[in-house]
Design a protein around this ligand. Structure first.
Ligand code: PLP
Length: 409
């Protein structure tokens, strides 16, 4: 069995979620139908809404089910922008952290290209933390021109937690809504939608043990939001489309399971992650941990740059050795690109290309960390031998490392 160290990409479904999902898949009924089957499905959805709201410190009426984190981010950012801009056409600026996931990043860039928005990129420090003084400066400069602020709760690459509540406090002074992408944070660290003061917060099922293809946007009752898709008027008329009862019920079951054991699991994964970090530093002494120190990052995240290694080469070599990890960032058309997150943290391109992310989750054990530490030195040495395949496509890189890998024994 390969060792899975890519829980930030997706994590195995929780047993509770699988049970609920298979039970619901065997049933029928559209939650909008008025007959018995429909009413039963509606009850399942409303129970799930209550469970999810309780897990995130929200009121059930604040839960808008979506098809995942990407849709929730699009809905929040476009919907807030349109609603605020319609109210006052001077509101064109979007303050957005420079380290957002592409679901937010590409959405604000789309608004810039097509809807007259002006994106203000909020800089981060060397740990990837948004600089509060910059947020304050941009807000104070011309508050009446700001449509919204969007800053993620925790970064998906380097795991850094953001000062979301302080950002909300700054924006609240001017009555400006704040959205946060909490896809990586929900189920990993304690969070409370109400207490945060956020206007909108995105979460996703498959990052915490629910199925892929379901998520939610927590949306304050008084927050005005223009829908992205139109149709049957489900979900407060904000998100039309037939509700996916089995996925929604399973998502809620997973959220309940993770939040009920959150403190214990956070402690367990935090220790495992710290052992992984010190082990990597011992076995590959020039590896550099990226992101915030332990207390300021997700408990399951360890992210390194390995000097002289191409991240993709290292990934393929570790994969050959039975360890599944990630470079942390997407490649574009098969060509690995340095991560925008690492560049925003001040790394140069060559250093950023040596990135490797190891993420732990509910099925992770000490044996997984041992397997990584055993495989890493040789994989690293071979990746260095392959060199920084800067101008190769990732397919050529794969061929190069496969050759190196197969010549090893
Ligand atoms: N936002 C963050 C921070 C993520 O890590 C991800 C998933 O990788 C998403 C959004 C997208 O979520 P989904 O896969 O549910 O569309």
């Amino acid at each position: 069995m390969p060792v899975y160290l890519d829980h930030a990409a997706t994590t195995p479904m929780a047993a509770e979620a699988l049970t609920v999902m298979t039970r619901e898949l065997a049933r029928t009924g559209n939650p909008s139908s008025l007959h018995g089957a429909g009413r039963r499905a509606r009850r399942a959805v409303e129970d799930a809404r209550e469970t999810l709201a309780a897990a995130a410190g929200a009121h059930p009426s604040e839960v808008i089910f979506t098809s995942g984190g990407t849709e929730a981010d699009n809905l929040a950012v476009k919907g807030l922008y349109w609603a605020r801009h319609d109210e006052n056409p001077r509101r064109t600026r979007i303050l957005c952290s420079a380290v957002e996931h592409h679901a937010v990043l590409d959405t604000v860039e789309w608004l810039e290209r097509h809807e007259g928005a002006e994106v203000v990129w909020l800089p981060v420090d060397e740990n990837g933390t948004v600089l509060l003084e910059e947020v304050e400066r941009e807000l104070d400069k011309e508050p009446e021109s700001v449509a919204l602020v969007t800053v993620m709760w925790a970064n998906n690459e380097v795991g850094t937690l953001q000062p979301v509540e302080q950002i909300v406090e700054l924006a609240n002074r001017h009555g400006i809504p704040v959205h946060s992408d909490a896809v990586q944070a929900f189920g990993s660290v304690p969070l409370n939608f109400r207490a945060s003061g956020l206007s909108a917060m995105s979460v996703s099922g498959h990052k915490l043990g629910g199925p892929v293809g379901v998520g939610a946007l927590f949306l304050g009752r008084a927050v005005k939001l223009t829908p992205v898709q139109h149709g049957g008027g489900q979900e407060r008329d904000v998100r039309s489309g037939t509700l996916d009862t089995p996925a929604i019920a399973a998502f809620a079951a997973a959220a309940e399971a993770v939040t009920s054991s959150l403190e214990v699991e956070r402690e367990r994964l935090g220790s495992l992650r710290d052992r992984l970090i010190s082990g990597v530093r011992e076995t590959v002494p020039d590896a550099v941990l990226r992101g915030a120190p332990s207390s300021g990052r997700l408990p399951g995240n360890a992210h390194f740059t390995f000097p002289g290694c191409e991240g993709d080469s290292l990934l393929f070599l570790l994969d050959l050795a039975g360890v599944e990890s990630s470079t942390g960032s997407a490649c574009t058309a098969g060509v690995p690109r340095p991560s925008h997150v690492l560049l925003a943290m001040g790394l140069d391109e060559a250093t950023a290309r040596g990135a490797q992310r190891f993420t732990l989750g509910h099925s992770s054990t000490d044996a997984d960390v041992d397997a990584l530490l055993k495989a890493l030195p040789e994989a690293c040495a071979r990746a260095r031998q392959a060199g920084m395949a800067g101008h190769e496509s990732s397919i050529q890189t794969a061929a190069t490392v496969a050759r190196l890998g197969s010549s090893s024994h």
